[in-house]
Design a binder for this molecule. Sequence first.
Ligand SMILES: *[C@@H]1O[C@H](CO)[C@@H](O)[C@H](O)[C@H]1NC(C)=O
Ligand SMILES: *[C@@H]1O[C@H](CO)[C@@H](O)[C@H](O)[C@H]1NC(C)=O
Ligand SMILES: *[C@@H]1O[C@H](CO)[C@@H](O)[C@H](O)[C@H]1NC(C)=O
Ligand SMILES: *[C@@H]1O[C@H](CO)[C@@H](O)[C@H](O)[C@H]1NC(C)=O
Ligand SMILES: *[C@@H]1O[C@H](CO)[C@@H](O)[C@H](O)[C@H]1NC(C)=O
Ligand SMILES: *[C@@H]1O[C@H](CO)[C@@H](O)[C@H](O)[C@H]1NC(C)=O
Ligand SMILES: *[C@@H]1O[C@H](CO)[C@@H](O)[C@H](O)[C@H]1NC(C)=O
Ligand SMILES: *[C@@H]1O[C@H](CO)[C@@H](O)[C@H](O)[C@H]1NC(C)=O
Ligand SMILES: *[C@@H]1O[C@H](CO)[C@@H](O)[C@H](O)[C@H]1NC(C)=O
Length: 513
Amino acid sequence: MKLSATNITHAACISRSFLYPDLFGSKTLSLTAEAVTNYSLSIEQGGYPSHDARNVTNLSFCNVSLIYTHPGQHDSINVQVWLPLNGWNQRLQGAGGGGFLAGLNVPSMAGALSDGFAVVSTDAGHKIEDASTWALLSPGNVDLYALQNYASVSLNDAAVIGKSIIQNFYGQGPIRSYWNGCSNGGRQGLVIAQRYPDAYDGILAAAPGIDWNTALLGGMYFPLQVLKGGHVPAPCEIYALSLAAVAACDADDGVVDDIISNPEQCRFDPFALVGQNVTCPGMTATISHAAAQGAAMAWDAVRTANGSLLMPGLNYGALLNVALNSTCDNQGGKCKMVPFPYSEEFIRYWMFKRPDFDWTTLTLTDFYRLWNISANTYSDMIASNNPDLSGFRAAGGKMITWHGLADPAVPTNISSIYYNNVAQLDPGINEYYRLFQAPGISHCGGGNGLYPGHVFETLIAWVEEGKAPEILQGASLPTENGTIYHRPICAYPLMAKYKGKGDVTLADNWKCA
Ligand SMILES: *[C@@H]1O[C@H](CO)[C@@H](O)[C@H](O)[C@H]1NC(C)=O
Ligand SMILES: *[C@@H]1O[C@H](CO)[C@@H](O)[C@H](O)[C@H]1NC(C)=O
Ligand SMILES: *[C@@H]1O[C@H](CO)[C@@H](O)[C@H](O)[C@H]1NC(C)=O
Ligand SMILES: *[C@@H]1O[C@H](CO)[C@@H](O)[C@H](O)[C@H]1NC(C)=O
Ligand SMILES: *[C@@H]1O[C@H](CO)[C@@H](O)[C@H](O)[C@H]1NC(C)=O
Ligand SMILES: *[C@@H]1O[C@H](CO)[C@@H](O)[C@H](O)[C@H]1NC(C)=O
Ligand SMILES: *[C@@H]1O[C@H](CO)[C@@H](O)[C@H](O)[C@H]1NC(C)=O
Ligand SMILES: *[C@@H]1O[C@H](CO)[C@@H](O)[C@H](O)[C@H]1NC(C)=O
Ligand SMILES: *[C@@H]1O[C@H](CO)[C@@H](O)[C@H](O)[C@H]1NC(C)=O
């Protein structure tokens, strides 16, 4: 990647340098600009999505902050554009959000800035994640404009605003624009490709929360199944079963490294462990039938009462303690289910629209009814699963999705199902969209597997030099004895396979098969 630098003086970083962006249907309420110098931040793995940990120091940038509204919608949206004062690489990066946040995630903005990008990010109109502050207009009434801003509209707005601010500041627009997001940020990347194909040239849509409105509901299925069974297992039981599956299937790929390379091959029977005593940090437990049953369901799928698939399950290798969490009063005491917090909030605010809703009153019959209501009410707005990417393709865009094979929150198969749906519509998919599944990686990072910390450079090379990626370079975090595993992460549906000889920590000794 050849990047040329553009330097600019401090003095231009004043609000008078900027025109209000020409964004149809919007009205700018305020714009401020302030130079920031000697900016430092310590960023963890994935804090700048799909990048390794790094410490950024001594950054100088112009922090442009803008508030606008869509007149009549009573919204108030904050957008920030960070403009490097030196070393601008002439490119824009849109920084996505996560969970119920649309963006303005400081580590992702600082990381992009440290790579020389001008960065744009939006809060979609709500500054904090807590749904109680933005989901409802009043009990019984969803704020549909707020949801629409979060789902899609604010994303294109931010791209238009970012490009306009860049033009004002540097006297030229960006030569290329990139989106970078994981989880909700991945969903945002997909919705941009589906609805605003001209907004970005390259999109990294990692571990995307596709099918947002049904997938969040789906998170409640496992707790409801457990409640129906009557006995709530302790976290230690679930944790021990998760690890036991890894131990059972680790060697399937020919290498014992605590990583399941291909969860589809894994055969593991949790019921065989019922009655075994297990220890976890700070506690012991006996694996119950209920724990085995819950785990078997979480590894299977969310299904209708008649067994047809509603949503894929979690892979062997994923820690099931997010999907099947509980708290217990003391060691061996009575336990209570703790549903995935985003699922509980989704049902409370967007389904029942009651701040005081108590999820424990739900039954599986309610669940199935809610499934259809959720789909009918919200899918068009936010599911972000439209497989028609013809506009993005025609615009010359390139997109990469990578997804951890041990993701405990967003099932890995959600993105392969989407990818297969796109492929079914357009067999030429590989010319503009590729999927990679990263063994042993949790949601957006973490886990002892192979993390693709250089995927963003790969995306840039695809957009700017036409180098389509066959593999991503994966590297593990150092193990206790300091070993780092290097391994290719193969383009779906291929999987990395050890060639059978040579150092297993070297990528050269692995091939895609
Ligand atoms: C820049 O920031 C670093 C770290 O926060 C600090 O140690 C240093 O004194 C600062 N330098 C200036 C010139 O302010
Ligand atoms: C960042 O700085 C901290 C404190 O100096 C250090 O412990 C850490 O290893 C650094 N991280 C990276 C990725 O360099
Ligand atoms: C920090 O950045 C400023 C502005 O680019 C530069 O003049 C200065 O030398 C840098 N300081 C360090 C310690 O790198
Ligand atoms: C950028 O400006 C906004 C609005 O003034 C402010 O809230 C934010 O803290 C600033 N960010 C930095 C890194 O200075
Ligand atoms: C598990 O622990 C319980 C209570 O400490 C004990 O009674 C039981 O025999 C143990 N079971 C096994 C299979 O070791
Ligand atoms: C499930 O099966 C039952 C009994 O065969 C049938 O009455 C019902 O309509 C089925 N429900 C669905 C959703 O297919
Ligand atoms: C994921 O999809 C693959 C291929 O269709 C299938 O074999 C596997 O069982 C699925 N896994 C889960 C957890 O849904
Ligand atoms: C399980 O629930 C407890 C209590 O709410 C929470 O502190 C913990 O982080 C949750 N664990 C997971 C893995 O989500
Ligand atoms: C509910 O949704 C399921 C799964 O999408 C579908 O098969 C079923 O026909 C729907 N039922 C109604 C009453 O809409």
